[in-house]
Design a protein around this ligand. Structure first.
Ligand code: SIN
Length: 554
């Protein structure tokens, strides 16, 4: 296993007596839904510094179309929502986490409305959408297909108004600082201020996912897995990293970037057609187009392979005239940009990397194995999703666990008190004598090999080759100290890609979003988490049991 990659502790060199220092109670890394929610909650009790590598309103959340799953409709209940969530988790979901989340859902939606979120209404009540794997229409949405943008608007406004929250935009967090295994803050880089050291009693990691390690993804360019990689370097456990969810329907126009066509479109009645123009989903699952995502993505991949075609088609031509554009105004606009008129034309779609179901292992209170570090949102593996995520459960998770992280961080900060002097932490790695490689080429090759070998279908041989390739390249990339965010992102992407590939090679079965052609069955022996962590001799892989608690259904 690549010792060059795994042994690397800090990506940058720093000497603490040469750098500016800032002190805070709570440091939040990331400004998606979970990070903003955590900052707002913590700031009710203490001072918060929120750092984000782009503008504060730029995140994967802002692109979320579908909505927030919350059991608030009269024919619905948290128990039904829990059952649906547990059903797609394929035995890896934590029942206590699932119950806590679905019960908190309606309250979170109410709070967002109180804060000014304008969700779509039917008459006086909330209008609920339907998505795959949900037994009820329970998806709360805004402006048809712009739910994430609306929630971000409300949370950003609230965070910016709060005098106890300082927001540092365009500030790249390079690494978490650790002292005797405790996380004590982070070293960051800002184009104007250079390197800085931020010291905090508690650090909340909410830095999002890693879809950019794949060539085709719904994720924004900033989803390069920085939070996962820095947590790994600091000694955190990364759990079930092989569980990368592919969204079944992203717009396929050759040469253009993939863009999400929300699952809510299928929830509204859209059908999937293969290259012969036949509807194929009923042959794969009784829920047809509304089967869970892993089932639909694999069915599409099978149909594409069978017909040697680059995509399948989404058909909404049977919708009443004007309905599609009214219900999905942004998707309609996107289609029109590519000269597709959904009322009369089929929409070409194919699956793309969408959501990392695995992540930094946390308990029900968002605590990681490192004292001082909490994690929430996509970067974390909370046990809510298990081996597959139910549509629109991610915004719900960000709301519920962002808030919990804020509460826990504030409690910790209040009882431990604020650090007043910087710790003596420095890092100096000598210059490497090895050849420099072209980083842009490395990134393209990495994204291609991950898309070919570690996507919807995996096999032991190809995973082994992928690990070899990443290890080889890492010898020439992870031995160097770079001084710009793009290079750090590529180092982070290599780290996360290796973890995904090692997790996938370790799990010799098929479960949820992880499908092995050489082990096509679910194996009860593997109803365990796969935990990866950094060791001096290389990557350490172990397994952990799935906690069992009484599953209440009332
Ligand atoms: C979608 O609108 O299909 C994406 C929402 C999600 O991933 O939950």
């Amino acid at each position: 296993m690549s010792t060059t990659l795994v042994r690397r502790r800090y990506l940058t060199n720093f000497e603490n007596h040469r750098l500016p220092h800032l002190f805070t109670d709570v440091l939040v890394i990331g400004s998606g839904l979970a990070g903003l929610q955590a900052a707002i909650e913590a700031a009710a009790h203490c001072d918060v510094l929120l750092v984000t590598k782009n503008a504060v309103d730029q995140s994967a959340t802002a692109l979320a179309q579908g909505g927030v799953a919350a059991a608030t409709a009269p024919d619905d209940s948290p128990a039904l929502h829990a059952q649906d969530t547990q059903a797609v988790a394929y035995g890896l979901g934590h029942e206590d986490v699932i119950l806590q989340t679905v019960h908190a859902g309606p309250g979170c939606v109410r709070e967002l409305r109180d804060w000014g979120a304008r969700f779509d209404l039917k008459g006086e009540s909330i209008a609920f959408g339907r998505e795959g794997g949900h037994s009820r229409a329970r998806i709360v949405h805004a402006q048809g297909d712009a739910t994430g943008r609306e929630i971000v608007r409300v949370l950003v406004e609230r965070a910016c108004r709060n005098r106890r929250i300082r927001i540092f935009e365009n500030c790249f967090t390079i690494d978490l600082l650790t002292l005797d295994g405790n996380v004590v803050g982070a070293v960051t880089y800002h184009p104007k201020y250079g390197h800085q050291m931020f010291w905090a009693t508690t650090t909340i990691l909410a830095a999002g996912g890693a879809g950019r390690v794949y060539r085709e993804t719904t994720n924004p360019v900033l989803a390069t897995g920085d939070g996962l990689a820095m947590a790994f370097r600091a000694g955190a456990i990364l759990r079930d990293m092989e569980m990368m969810q592919f969204h079944p329907t992203t717009l396929y126009v050759a040469g253009a970037a993939r863009a999400l066509i929300s699952e809510a479109v299928r929830g509204e009645g859209a059908r999937l057609l293969n290259a012969s123009g036949e509807r194929f989903m009923p042959a794969y699952d009784p829920a047809a187009e509304l089967a869970p995502r892993d089932v639909v993505s694999r069915a599409i991949a099978t149909e594409m392979k069978r017909a040697q075609s680059a995509c399948v088609q989404l058909d909404v031509r049977h919708f009443p005239p004007g309905h599609f554009a009214e219900r999905f105004p942004n998707i309609a606009r996107l289609c029109h940009d590519f000269d597709i008129d959904p009322q009369n034309d089929l929409i070409p779609v194919r699956p793309s990397a969408h959501y990392l179901v695995g992540g930094v292992a946390v308990d029900i209170d968002t605590r990681t194995n490192l004292p001082g570090l909490l994690a929430c949102g996509e970067v974390a593996s909370s046990g809510l999703h298990g081996a597959n995520r139910l549509a629109s459960n991610s915004l719900l998770e960000g709301l519920v666990f962002g808030k919990r992280a804020g509460e826990v961080a504030a409690q910790r900060a209040t009882s431990n008190g604020r650090l007043e002097r910087p710790h003596a932490i420095s890092h100096l790695l000598p210059q490497s004598p090895r050849t420099e490689l072209d980083l842009a080429d490395i990134m393209n090759s990495l994204r291609s090999v991950m898309s070919r070998n570690v996507a919807i279908e995996r096999s032991g041989d190809r995973l082994g080759e992928t690990i070899e390739i990443i290890e080889f390249v890492s010898r020439y990339v992870m031995d160097k100290v770079f001084d710009d965010p793009q290079a750090w992102e590529i180092q982070n992407m290599l780290t996360v890609a290796l973890c995904i590939a090692v997790g996938a090679a370790t799990r010799c079965e098929s479960r949820g979003v992880h499908y092995r052609t050489d082990f096509p069955q679910l194996d009860p022996e593997w109803q365990r988490h796969i935990d990866l962590r950094r060791g001096e001799e290389g990557m350490q892989a172990s397994t952990a049991n799935v906690p069992r608690v009484e599953f209440e259904t009332t």
